[in-house]
Design a protein around this ligand. Structure first.
Ligand code: UDP
Ligand code: MG
Length: 317
């Protein structure tokens, strides 16, 4: 009987040191799962270092290794999408190359799908060990907010690390949207997902590729992509201020009629103007975010552009 194939999708951006380490660890794990065959699909997300060379040399040595190399950096979301698209497996796993997603969990994930009938098994880190204090605080806030306002279920500490059945992968590929927030999309497509918890690991080598502006953009992607609550809030603020101004008008009219108090209160007027202009710009900004996303979506630009794959390597030989 033909063995079932598991594809492991691994997005990489400037990760030359991590690729061989990841391959080694994964190799140890796959040796324990002999009833299955594997393919490792590295995605080179426009790296500037020796990442592509590392992928090429592994692909030459190990036939299970494939790679897709982008023409520039398109971001981890694009890399994951490309991985799902190129993967041939009956099951597909997504893993970070920095070994923060332990390959040892793969076996448990596969068993849960096979024996307990789940469609997907996803990992959730219960600690944020290895990340800076500020990042831990902001990430904590972000997950609390998005869990409350999002239209789909968002699990705190959820990683992109998961093993999925082909059916779920195909469902994800059906969603061709440009502004991708996978953690939301995994929830959106549904299917039975089991969560397994683990302690967060530190990166084996290199540094995090997500700096503050990138994380902020990622958070906005999640909020704008899966909630219209900010629009509702800005409309609510508008109504609230109308009510306040209505009350203020009545108070001023009464005051003028009783005490005939003509032109006082210039400083308070200026403060109110600044305050209201601030609120207005803030609400316009929120609207702008949604419009910008719609604009980008309407252009239907490709999510990623491929420059090279392991098949080009075969042609060279
Ligand atoms: N990554 C990517 N493109 C990017 C940024 C990151 O493919 O633009 C990859 C990166 O190489 C790693 C994974 O996404 O395999 C997670 O990135 P990182 O470890 O830097 O994120 P963190 O663990 O700090 O959230
Ligand atoms: Mg990492």
């Amino acid at each position: 009987m033909k063995k079932e194939l598991i594809s492991i999708v691994v997005p990489c951006f400037n990760e030359e040191e991590n690729i061989p380490l990841f391959h080694q660890e994964l190799d140890k794990q796959t040796k324990k799962m002999k009833e299955l065959s594997f393919e490792v699909l590295f995605i080179n997300d426009g790296s500037q270092d020796g990442t592509l060379e590392a992928m090429r040399s592994l692909a030459k040595k190990d036939k299970r290794v494939r790679y897709v190399s982008f023409s520039r950096n398109f971001g981890k979301e694009a890399a994951m999408y490309a991985g799902l698209k190129h993967a041939k497996g009956d099951y597909v796993a997504i893993m970070d190359v920095d070994l923060q997603d332990p390959p040892s969990l793969l076996e448990e994930m596969y068993r849960s799908i096979k024996e307990e009938g789940y469609d997907c098994v996803a990992a959730r880190s219960v600690s944020r060990h290895g990340y800076s204090f500020l990042r831990k605080v902001f990430t904590g806030w972000f997950y609390k907010i998005i869990a409350k306002i999002s239209s789909v279920e968002m699990v705190a500490g959820a990683r992109d690390f998961r093993l999925m059945k082909r059916k779920m992968v195909d469902a994800l590929l059906e969603i061709g949207e440009y502004n991708r927030y996978s953690k939301g999309l995994f929830s959106f497509v549904g299917f039975d997902t089991k969560w397994i918890e683990f302690e967060n690991q530190e990166r084996v080598a290199g540094t995090s590729k997500f700096n503050f502006p990138k994380l902020f953009a990622y958070a906005m992607e999640g909020i704008v992509g899966f909630s219209t609550m900010p629009l509702v809030i800005s409309a609510f603020i508008g109504v609230l201020f109308c009510l306040v101004s209505f009350i203020a008008i009545i108070v001023i009219i009464i005051k003028t009629l009783i005490w005939g108090d003509p032109v006082s209160g210039w400083p308070s007027m200026v403060c109110i103007m600044f305050f209201l202009s601030g609120i207005q710009l803030f609400c316009t900004g929120i609207m702008g975010e949604y419009m910008a996303k719609t604009y980008l979506e309407a252009k239907r630009r490709p999510i990623y552009i491929v420059k090279e794959t392991e098949e080009d390597l075969a042609c060279e030989d």
